[in-house]
Design a protein around this ligand. Structure first.
Ligand SMILES: [Zn+2]
Length: 396
């Protein structure tokens, strides 16, 4: 394509155009009209007409601000702060729930502990109690939820045969939603997709705006292909955590031995540091300064990061991609220690990292900030649907 040429305007439905505008506002945190028109490939007059509708529907707000360029004052457009979303995030220890806004504001949060050995029934009960709390909280304040997002670890192709990580029946939970929140759209997703969405929408200067691989190192290790979120096939989870690196390795929760997850997940890190997983989660980002690392532990950490790099490199061999974002405990280490991830990618990526032109960025861990990721996902569901009611509940 000729440099500087505008992309031809493809025919888009009203929903798609609204989705492009709202999703751009979600990811940018707000925009003046001229750059917004350019970003969503609309004339300012067409944009004006759609913004008028979105404002009337209470989805956006606009404040007059001096623009930082020639042309004088214009409107700074952002998502409306009064839209209420709910997020529920299932973790190894608890179910986090909360109500928040489109720009990341939190109005209410709660954590419901899970039983030590959760079953489909007991997890279903915790969800039931959480939804009852949520209904009471919103009713007392006369708040109508615009969208609910639910993040479940490991949710994906296998979920119809039972969730392999934390047992839960999303179909049944969806029915409970329907009973308590009739007419409110609810979307379930894999936790990695929710965390990827959280970072993409809530990180200032997020490193990539085009297609990339997001790798999440938390209770599990997983990836998500990230693309323009308004495309149908954007946000696909990829189970890179279960690549096996030695059949005699540690047992993984998936039932196999030697998966990269069994070496690099938070539980595996806790074991290496000789603390409990709960303690590690409680320490959050502090563990890296609180717990002294012996040279043996540091060497072992680097070896594990190297395996993580191999898993990422192999994933890129299957589906080439220019950018990788890693979120999780590796992001807290020094550049020197993190180099092991890059070495791992280099040593298995066909052609090496330089030739494949892959750039790698680390973003802070988001474990323990529940239900922020589920809320970010709810916000994205609303914007990518153009803020219009969907025909039915669907998985993202
Ligand atoms: Zn596994």
């Amino acid at each position: 394509m000729t440099t500087g040429m505008e992309m031809p305007e493809q025919p888009r439905s009203r929903r798609q155009t609204r989705a492009a505008i709202l999703t751009h506002l979600l990811q940018s945190g707000g925009s003046f009209r001229p750059p917004l028109a350019k970003a969503v490939r609309l004339s300012e007059a067409s944009l004006s007409r759609i913004l008028f509708d979105l404002k009337a529907e209470g989805l956006i707000e606009e404040v007059r601000r001096p623009a930082p360029y020639v042309g004088g004052p214009t409107g700074l457009v952002s998502l409306d702060r009064t839209v209420a979303l709910a997020g529920l995030e299932l973790t190894g220890q608890w179910l986090g729930l909360g109500v928040g806004g489109l720009s990341g504001e939190l109005h209410y949060t709660e954590r419901m502990p899970l039983p030590k050995k959760p079953t489909v029934d007991s997890v279903g009960r915790v969800f039931g109690e959480a939804l009852a709390l949520l209904r009471d909280w919103t009713r007392r304040r006369r708040i109508r939820l615009a969208q609910v997002g639910v993040a479940v670890p490991g949710l994906g192709r296998l979920s119809e045969f039972g969730n392999p990580i934390i047992p839960c029946d999303v179909g049944r939970i969806g029915d409970t939603f329907g009973e308590l929140f009739a007419g409110v759209p609810v979307n379930f997703t894999n936790s990695v997709v929710a965390h990827a969405t959280f970072h993409r929408c809530r990180t200032e200067n997020y490193p990539f705006s085009d297609a990339h691989l997001f790798v999440f190192v938390g209770q599990g290790v997983a990836g998500a292909w990230m693309d323009d979120p308004i495309e149908d096939d954007a946000l696909d989870p990829v189970e890179l955590g279960h690549m096996v690196f030695g059949a005699d390795g540690p047992r993984c929760r998936c039932g196999h031995h030697g998966c990269v997850e069994a070496y690099t997940s938070l539980p595996a890190l806790a074991e290496l540091l000789r603390i409990t997983e709960a303690e590690l989660v409680r320490l959050g980002s502090e563990w890296v300064t609180t717990i002294p690392l012996t040279s043996r532990v540091r060497q072992e950490l680097r070896q594990r990061l190297f395996r993580l790099g191999l898993a990422i490199g192999n994933t890129l061999n299957v589906k080439p991609c220019r950018g990788v974002v890693v979120s999780g405990w590796p992001s807290l280490l020094t550049e020197d220690d993190r180099k092991a991830v890059i070495d791992g990618i280099d040593s298995c990526l066909l052609g090496g990292r330089k030739l494949a032109q892959v750039s790698l960025a680390f973003v802070p861990p988001s474990v323990g900030n529940d239900p922020q990721a589920a809320l970010a996902f709810a916000a994205l569901c609303l914007t990518r649907g153009g803020g219009m009611p969907a025909a039915s509940t669907e998985a993202a």
